[in-house]
Design a protein around this ligand. Sequence first.
Ligand SMILES: Nc1ncnc2c1ncn2[C@@H]1O[C@H](COP(=O)(O)OP(=O)(O)OP(=O)(O)O)[C@@H](O)[C@H]1O
Ligand SMILES: C[C@@](O)(CCOP(=O)(O)O)CC(=O)O
Length: 511
Amino acid sequence: MSTAVSSPGKVLLAGGYLVLDPAYSGVVVSTSARFYTVIQDLDEAATIARAKAARSIEIRVRSPQFVDATWVYVVSFDFDGVRVEQVADNVSSTSTRNKFVHLALERTLALALEATGAGALQNRLSYGLDITIVGDNDFYSQRAQLESSGLPPTLASLSQLPPFSPTGVRLPEVHKTGLGSSAALITSLVSSLLVHLSVIPRDELVSEEPTAGRRLAHNLSQYVHCLAQGKVGSGFDVSAAVFGSQLYTRFDPAVLQPLMSDEVAAPQPLLPIISPENVAWNYRIAPFKLPPLTRLMLADVDAGSNTPSLVGQVLRWRTESSEIANALWKTLDQINLALSQTLLKLSELHAHDPKAYSKAVKYLSTLQAVQWLFLNPNTPAVEQDVMDAFTEVQRLSEAVRAKMREMGNLSGAAIEPPEQTALLDACVSVAGVIGGGVPGAGGYDAIWLLALDPENCPSAELPTSRIERVWAEWKGLDVSPLSASESAARGVRLEDVAQVQGLKALVDVPW
Ligand SMILES: Nc1ncnc2c1ncn2[C@@H]1O[C@H](COP(=O)(O)OP(=O)(O)OP(=O)(O)O)[C@@H](O)[C@H]1O
Ligand SMILES: C[C@@](O)(CCOP(=O)(O)O)CC(=O)O
């Protein structure tokens, strides 16, 4: 019996800071970079004999991309419910604790106990569990791997690295890229356990509909993620990991307050609060996707910023200068909404006339956005509509940047610091680039760009290749591309291990 589940990473294109407030929404794109959790029954005779002798059940978790990343737990049942404890000799100087993994196991088993009953849960766990967790290379900086292989930081080099490449370091030392590793990890682990323990049917993670099972996985993942991070954030990262690209409006954090104590065992039943039937889960998700024949480009900027301290600075300023801040929030929200609506309109224009759309993309891809306003007056109306919409996206994404810079200047937080401004200005002036910005909280972490991706175009002439050349030559910051683009699949999904390149080999390695 084996279960494999993956969930995507995220990029918040617009709505950073605003999305913390339920009055505003964020434009969230889920990435092709995914986290995978594979659960198998532990079937070695010795383990079973040991477990029987100890009258306990063993769960082994490993993250083969990291040094000393194995965690062994024992599960026991008592009148209080189910306990999950890390095996003492596993907590040595080399092997550490992993709060995220531990809480995901503990709270998911507690919920499974309530949902299926002790007998069914003990039955499903009777052989113990062997869990392997891996994340696509994009979640972690690959600079060191590229350097040690003598490869330049390009998309072509990244494609030469093995899937789930070892990072060579322990988890706390890894350089993350901001794609939301912990949210994707928690979502894939929680969802795979819910399926493996028969709390939700497998089919619910095959269809992309927001079924009750998927919503249960969402609520439980949000809860575990908040508990592990020690705070209730906006939750857009978990929502992207579960439902895919979307316009996200947060839930009222009050729903989780009764469960936010960090006690080992949950003091009260989880299901009444976590259940998708609980109307206090008032998050809203509206469909969103990037337009056809465009490509999201991401780059990691090797300087790094501390998101919580940026958030602290901005929110403090918002409280102190509420009148100016609220006016800024309102204007920025209107621009963000217009941006998302114009991007969605482009998908409609494509559906209406794919040929005219493709011609318009091909034409614009050869010109800088500043030249898009001065087009041939004889352009057919349908193509002109497409070009007008792309021109509008370009204008709006520059307007978002300007307002985010204003937020940074007024609050004193380095949201789009001058080095990032110089880099983004150079990138958005490349022919065929539609727009860009600093994702999420901004700072020195990363940039996103949206480029036209015309059909049948020689690779060297693609806007994406031009962007790569700018990045390769950039001196102001150390820019390293990520290979991820937008995820074609919507959110968390069931996987066939054999179909995911490199996964089976890692899962089959004996302990
Ligand atoms: N491959 C993995 N295996 C097990 N645990 C992991 C793995 N990757 C991340 N984690 C867990 O997630 C924690 C990092 O969470 P944190 O909230 O600091 O990152 P994040 O904000 O999601 O980062 P980013 O958005 O840059 O990916 C790690 O300390 C670890 O507990
Ligand atoms: C600033 C904030 O709105 C976005 C942070 O996004 P990111 O982790 O920088 O991608 C915080 C949040 O929504 O939890």
